[in-house]
Design a protein. Structure first.
Length: 122
């Protein structure tokens, strides 16, 4: 399973931009010894997020996978609120982020990305 969004994913994300904020949820499985590498990546990535007007909403490690087989368990979840989908795509494709993302790639075995909109009436 890839640990980055592919070109088609990024195109879909940009095409769906309605100008509103959204949350990108990331389910993560670390490579052996990857947790500390990911934390180092995360500290640097948060600086980029702040410069973009995005914010880390939540990041945490999974302690117990309830209601799921062990092979479907994830090590961590990260929720980032972006000002809009285009800003997210521009950050993810920027040369400065791509350089930093190499550390992220080395730290992960698997990742799933979920683009989430606020529920109506929130």
């Amino acid at each position: 399973m890839p640990v980055d969004l592919g070109r088609e994913d990024l195109q879909r994300l940009r095409a769906a931009d309605d100008g509103r904020p959204f949350v990108l949820a990331q389910l993560l499985k670390f490579a052996p010894g990857g947790r500390d590498q990911y934390l180092a990546y995360s500290r640097e990535a948060q600086r980029m997020l702040r410069g973009l007007g995005a914010a880390l909403v939540y990041a945490g490690e999974c302690e117990d996978s309830l209601g799921a087989p062990e092979q479907e368990a994830w090590d961590a979840i990260v929720l980032v609120r972006y000002p809009n989908r285009t800003a997210c795509v521009e950050m993810l494709t920027s040369p400065s982020f791509q350089e930093l993302a190499e550390l992220r790639r080395k730290s992960l075995r698997e990742a799933v990305f979920l683009a989430m909109d606020d529920w109506p009436g929130r």
